[in-house]
Each structure stands twice: as structure tokens, then as C-alpha cells.
Design a protein around this ligand. Structure first.
Ligand SMILES: NC(=O)c1ccc[n+]([C@@H]2O[C@H](COP(=O)([O-])OP(=O)(O)OC[C@H]3O[C@@H](n4cnc5c(N)ncnc54)[C@H](OP(=O)(O)O)[C@@H]3O)[C@@H](O)[C@H]2O)c1
Length: 346
């Protein structure tokens, strides 16, 4: 099965002494880490302009706040979806080795007329490729499939709880790729605060971003606070709540964010769709959002969020929908042989 990420229930996040040390800089190791650039993650005030904002990572790399995801996009539909996304104006594509469609993302990029310099391509290393040498090789595989010598953002897909040493080694490989200029930014996905803290304590470069489940029903406010303190960009997966309505996923009593009455009322007030309201909520709160669609009309709809602004009361009403319960599986899980499936060479 294609892997899903997840977050932790609210209340599972605690500030620890080592977190406080990470914020200040570790006395044992001096203040030799790259700048945490506190405050570089855009604030709500910065987001009041209706244009799609540009976000700046703590090393200065920039990306549009609205990108395009391809999880569960079958390889034979990926080229058309990404081509359409690029045609209508997306300039950030999020894929992953485990999605099995990096080659098709690369093909769509080659077919498009978008300048490489204007494009942000993000992909993820799967846990079967964790470990220092393995992750260096995973970069080579991704680079070849995408047809790109340099990747813009390379992140670790999951915490592999039973392989955490290998997870850390994998991140050290990302640091080397960053130092060599083979990637422009590095980060993680599905890392809760305790694991981020361990990672930050054990390595040199504070992750530039953490891609996590984040939609109105699971907005992870404590994790977002931690990211802000550290200068880590919060990147929302399932930004319109896809995990709350994926076909065949979740129990009988699940509720779809698309059918939420509060979101529906706000959408009606602006003459917009629920998906557009949720994306606008992300943008105004300074997050990166990467909605997925294979449907041309929705691909365009999700980008058309530049000509209305949610009020503070509307933002707060959406914040209040948080249930504290993830739609996806817990990130803190062991990986067995079945989940450690091999990522093909080509
Ligand atoms: N790091 C991780 O562990 C992780 C996990 C999950 C996702 N992600 C990333 O995040 C991206 C987005 O997350 P997601 O795919 O889970 O969920 P999502 O973007 O919130 O929702 C996608 C679903 O919504 C539908 N949709 C799209 N636009 C719509 C609209 N305007 N109105 C109604 N329905 C709409 C899509 O259907 P159609 O395609 O049929 O139009 C699809 O079923 C992924 O593609 C992937 O890049 C990462």
C-alpha cells in the first residue's frame, strides 16, 4: 500500500529541556549551526495580501505557498496532471520515491515550457533507503528519475521508529547533499515534536520544513508553534482534508472537510468553494499547501484563491474545527519488511 503520513494527537507535544536548548543553540556544540532565522516563516500579517505568497525557508530558498501534490496519482495520469498544473501556473510540485511517479513528474517538467529556475521540485526518501550511503544513493535514483541534476527540496518521508539511527544517518546524508549543492533545501515529513527535537539535537542543519497532515480537522497547533520557534516551515499535506474523504479510507463515521457546515458557510459568504476556503486559510496563516488533483477544473480551482481574503473571525472559526485526531496513521510506528519495500533503481 502507498504510505500515508500522520501526526500526533493534540496534547502529545511537550516542550522539553532539549527543545529549549535547541532554540537557544546547544552550549555543548556552540552556536555553530546555520542561522535558525527565527521569524523567517511568514506571519499572518504578511499574508493579508490576496496574491499567492512566496515563502522563504530559513536558508533563503523561496517557494510559492501553493504547490501541487501527486500522492495516489497513478503514473499513467501523472504526466497529464502535472502538465496541466504547470500550464495553469503552479510552480512547486511535491512527489516522493514511494509514490512511484517521479519519472512521470520529470517527463511533465521536460514537456512544459517552464524555466527550471522558476520551478521548485520536492521529493521524499522512503524508509527502505534510510542510512547514510543508502540515502546518498536514493538521491541519485530520484535525480535520475526526475531528470534533474539538482533537486530543490529533499525530505525524509517518515519517522522509522524502529530504525531511528538509520533515520538520523539518512538526514546526515541530506546535510551532505545540501553542502554539495545537489539539493537546495532539506527537511522531514510526519515528524512530531519529540522526534524533531531528537533530530535537531543530533544533527547540524535545522530542517527547512516539516510536511505533515494538516487540515481544518487536524491542524496541529502545538507542532506549528514549535516550527515557528525553530524557523521550520509548516507544509500541509491533505490541505483540503483529502484524508477525510479518500475513497475506501477511514471508518463509517468519518466526516469530510468538504462537507463541513462552517467551511460551507464561509465559502458561501465569499462565493467560493470549500476547497478554496481551506487553501486560503493555509495561505493566510503562512503555511505551504500542496493540494492534489487529477481533475483539470479542480487543478485550476485550487489555484484561484488570490482574490478574496478571510477575516480574522473566519480564520478563527476554521481553527476551532480542530479535533486533535489525525485522519492518517500515527507517525510513530515501526517499519516491517512489507513497508520497507524496495524503491526501484529506474
Ligand atoms: N508526506 C506524507 O506522508 C503525505 C501524505 C499524504 C499526502 N502528501 C502530499 O500532499 C498532497 C496532497 O494531499 P492529499 O492528496 O492527501 O489530499 P488533498 O490534496 O487534501 O485532497 C486530494 C483529494 O481531493 C480531491 N480534490 C482536489 N481538489 C478538489 C476540489 N477543489 N474540490 C473537491 N475535491 C477536490 C482530489 O480528487 P481528484 O484528484 O479526483 O480531483 C483528491 O481526492 C499529496 O498529493 C502529496 O503530495 C504527503
Amino acid at each position: 500500500m502507498i504510505p500515508l503520513g500522520a501526526g500526533l494527537p493534540a496534547g502529545a507535544f511537550r516542550r522539553t529541556a532539549s527543545v529549549a536548548r535547541a532554540v537557544r543553540g546547544s552550549p555543548e556544540r556552540g552556536n555553530d549551526r546555520p542561522s535558525r532565522a527565527l521569524g523567517s516563516v511568514p506571519s499572518v500579517e504578511d499574508m493579508s495580501d490576496p496574491k499567492i505568497p512566496t515563502l522563504t525557508l530559513h536558508n533563503g530558498v523561496r517557494l510559492p505557498a501553493l504547490g501541487f501534490g501527486v500522492f495516489q496519482t497513478p503514473p499513467d495520469e501523472t504526466i497529464a496532471a502535472v502538465e496541466e498544473a504547470l500550464r495553469v501556473g503552479y510552480r512547486h510540485i511535491d512527489t516522493a520515491a514511494a509514490y512511484g511517479n517521479e519519472r512521470e513528474v520529470g517527463e511533465a517538467i521536460r514537456r512544459s515550457e517552464v524555466d527550471r529556475a522558476d520551478l521548485v521540485v520536492e521529493t521524499k526518501v522512503w524508509a527502505s533507503d534510510y542510512g547514510y550511503d543508502e540515502t546518498l544513493h536514493a538521491f541519485e535514483k530520484a535525480s535520475a528519475k526526475l531528470g534533474l541534476e539538482q533537486l530543490d527540496i529533499l525530505i525524509l518521508h517518515q519517522v522509522a521508529a524502529n530504525l531511528f539511527d538509520r533515520t538520523i544517518d539518512a538526514y546526515r546524508a541530506l546535510e551532505r547533499l545540501l553542502a554539495e549543492g545537489r539539493v537546495r533545501a532539506i527537511g522531514v515529513s510526519n515528524f512530531p515534536v519529540p522526534r524533531l527535537t531528537q533530530l535537531i539535537d543530533a544533527t547540524e542543519v535545522v530542517p527547512h520544513l516539516n510536511q505533515v497532515e494538516l487540515h481544518p480537522y487536524f491542524s496541529q497547533p502545538e507542532l506549528q508553534d514549535f516550527h515557528r520557534e525553530q524557523g521550520i516551515l509548516t507544509q500541509a499535506w491533505s490541505p483540503i482534508g483529502g484524508i477525510t474523504f479518500y475513497p475506501g479510507w477511514g471508518g463509517e463515521d468519518r466526516r469530510s472537510t468538504l462537507a463541513d457546515p462552517t467551511i460551507g458557510e464561509i465559502a458561501a459568504a465569499h462565493g467560493r468553494t470549500p476547497a478554496q476556503v481551506m487553501l486560503r486559510w493555509h495561505l493566510q496563516q503562512g503555511r505551504s499547501a500542496i493540494p492534489k488533483s487529477v481533475t483539470p477544473s479542480r487543478i485550476a480551482e485550487n489555484l484561484a484563491v488570490t482574490d478574496f481574503v478571510l477575516s480574522d473571525a473566519q480564520l478563527a472559526a476554521i481553527d476551532a474545527l480542530d479535533t486533535g485526531t489525525p485522519g492518517g496513521p500515527e507517525p510513530e510506528r515501526d517499519f516491517d519488511d512489507r513497508q520497507l519495500f524496495p524503491i526501484p533503481e529506474a
